[in-house]
Each structure stands twice: as C-alpha cells, then as structure tokens.
Design a protein around this ligand. Sequence first.
Ligand code: C2E
Ligand code: MG
Ligand code: MG
Length: 400
Amino acid sequence: MTTLIIDDDPFTLKLLTRQLTTLGVEDIHCFEGAEAALSFLPGIMAATTLVLCDLQMPGIDGVEMLRHLGTIGYPGSLVLISGEDERILQTAGLLASGQALNLLGTLHKPIATERLREMLLRHHAQRPIIQARASRKAYTAAELRQALAEGQITCHFQPKVCLASGRLVAVESLVRWQHPQDGLVYPDQFIPLAEEAGLITALTEVVLAISLRQAQAWQKQGLTLSVAVNVSMDSLVTLDFPDRIARALEETGIPPSQLILEVTETRLMRDRLAALDILARLRLKRIGLSIDDFGTGHSSFAQLRDVPFTELKIDRGFVHHAATETARRTIFEASLHAAQELGLKTVAEGAEDQADWDFLRASGCAMVQGFFVSRPMPGPEMPDWAAAWAQRYSTLVAGG
Ligand code: C2E
Ligand code: MG
Ligand code: MG
C-alpha cells in the first residue's frame, strides 16, 4: 500500500505523516502541490494506493485534482481533507463519485486520529468490492425485443409500509430482465434503451400485466395490496393508454384505486398536452398517481401544480442521511410540507438504516420504502415476508 498526502501546508503534512505512522502506515509520500503528485501517480496506479488530498490549494486545487484523477482512471482510494465547511466537502464528494473515484470519506482539519483510523479500515475493507464490481453490458434493441417476446421480463416487488402502524399497504413493482446468460439485469441497464427504441409502451404493458396478475394471486392468499407501476411521462403519448389500463384492470378484477402509477420525467417531454390529457383521464378512472423521485430532475413543483397527483415520493437523495445533513433534511421537510398541504399521501424512498428510520418515524411522513424495511423480492415471497415484518416492526417500535 502506497499513501500520498497532498497539502500546501507543511505543518499538516508533518502531522498527518506522524498520525499515519502511529496507525502502522509505512510507504508515505508527501506533496506540497497537486502538480508533483500527479507526475508521481502513474508509477503507483493500483487499487491499494491511498490518496489524501486537501481541497484548498494554490495552483491545482482539490476539485481540479478530482477531475485529473478521474481522467487518468485512478483505481485507488481517496480521502478529501478540508478546513472548509461541510457543504463544500459534500459537493466535492459528489464530484468524486461523478468521476467514478472511490472516495472513502472526508476529513475536517484538525484531523482526529480516530477518523483517520476509520478511513484506513474502509480502505482495506473496500478493495475486494472494487475488484468484484461486474462489468456492465450494453444491450441492443433487438435483444430487448426478443426478451419481451420470449417472456424474459419479470418483476420484483418492494414493500411500502405505514410508519405509524407498520402495516404493509402497497408494493412497488420493479422490472427485471431475467437474461438467459447474464442473470438478473436491472432496469437502469435497459429502460433508457427501451425509451429510445420505442419499446417502452410494450414494456409498461408487460409490467402492468405481471403486476396485476401478482396482485390477484396475493388477493387469493388473503393479502390485499395496492400495486405501484412506474411509467415515464415521456412515454405518455398514446391517448388510449388509460383505456387499455382500464381494460387490464377489468380482466383481473383489481379495483382501479388499488393501482398506482408512479410517474417520472426523465427527458424533455415531447408532448406535454398529451401527457396531461392521459394523466387527467387516469385520475377520472380513479387510478392513483404518484410523483416519483420528487425533488430531482424535472420531478418538481411545476409538475405538482399541473398534475392531479394523489401521492408524493420524496427521493432517496433527501431521505438517506437526512437526520444528520442539514441540506437534505431541509429539502425533505419542505417536500413533506408541500405534499401534506396539498392533501397527498407521502412516501419516503430509500431509507437504508436505523438513523433514517428513526428520523422518518418522527417526521410525520406517512409511508416508507427502502432497504431498511426490505429489498425488492419475487412476488411469491411477499406473504411470508409480511408475517416476518409484523414481528420485526413490533421489536423496532418497542426498541425506539
Ligand atoms: P424508482 O421508481 O425510484 O424505484 C426505486 C429504486 O430504488 C429501485 O431500483 C429500488 O430497488 C431502489 N431502492 C429501494 N430502496 C432503496 C434503498 O434503501 N437504497 C437504495 N440505494 N436504493 C433503493 P431499481 O429496481 O434498480 O429501479 C431503478 C429505477 O428504474 C426505478 O426507480 C424506476 O425509475 C425505473 N424502473 C423500474 N421499473 C420500471 C418499469 O417497469 N418501467 C419504467 N418506466 N421504469 C422502471
Ligand atoms: Mg418508482
Ligand atoms: Mg423513486
């Protein structure tokens, strides 16, 4: 393991070297500027390399350094150091992940040895993960068309539970491609393709059919659940979409109010009037409409003003870590407040840990969906999961 410390302040260099040595780190190289470090790096490009870099430096600053590291495809780990406020470090953190750099964390000056130890532990723990990261494959429209025709498209379902009662009220249907060679392929690898290739409407109809059939099967087992299906607003161009959905509902005997369409807007809408026409008619048919990923991209207040939504899902970017990060919490609370004032059901997405859970329980948000409650699962597993969850919820509530 080779460690580089980059900081324009000689005192910080000396201090950090001493702290790292105490923690058993050996091969340490110090640089008073990013330029020298960058010419040294090509010789030590390995996953075991660790770079500790200051943000505020004359010459190449820390943000530029991130860009350079991204360009050369630096494979090691990175820790950012700064005397700047938390918000700058957070933004720098986003830039680092945007460059696909393995950022372990950020350190405030003066640096506590305990925090430094934490970073070293992460560095050692993360190495196998990086090596195991599977390569992503690009699929063609022909392959996707074949998948649709041959029934390789399936859905997993993730619970949406009521925070106050623990009740399992709904599930979100998440599409998966059961690929004959590549295994389970996730939607971020084929939804954009489906949209570009004009296959998204066909895909939505398959997902809808699978989801309604699954809801019917749960119903027979005594489990009444609302089912949420994702539709991108850009795909709402065929004006008979509501009629086709109504027909699918009739065929399965699921009441329209038990279906929720989660609407996102990924690109610029081609035909805004058509989308509004379709959404209004879906509401007239009593189908639920949810604004998904609220607060990101185009999914924002203007949409909330114009579309008769019944539910608002706060994006996980404002949920996970909301307890400790002021910006996230503030946006979470503003979104929640707007939804409540408009009489919408509220769902927090992406709760991952106990801190998120505790925060949400106290927040007044109605429902939660996230890995902390459950990962998405195959439909037949849902009844057993529901029983186990009821048990877990009572211990969670008793504990807090
Ligand atoms: P989404 O609608 O916001 O769905 C939630 C995504 O977040 C799912 O990813 C889910 O597995 C993931 N998730 C849930 N809880 C957590 C958590 O606690 N932490 C983290 N990090 N992630 C969590 P998935 O299944 O990969 O789906 C990604 C996106 O693909 C969905 O985002 C949705 O926009 C899109 N998608 C999925 N199925 C369909 C579909 O049938 N049609 C369309 N048009 N889009 C779909
Ligand atoms: Mg969704
Ligand atoms: Mg979402």
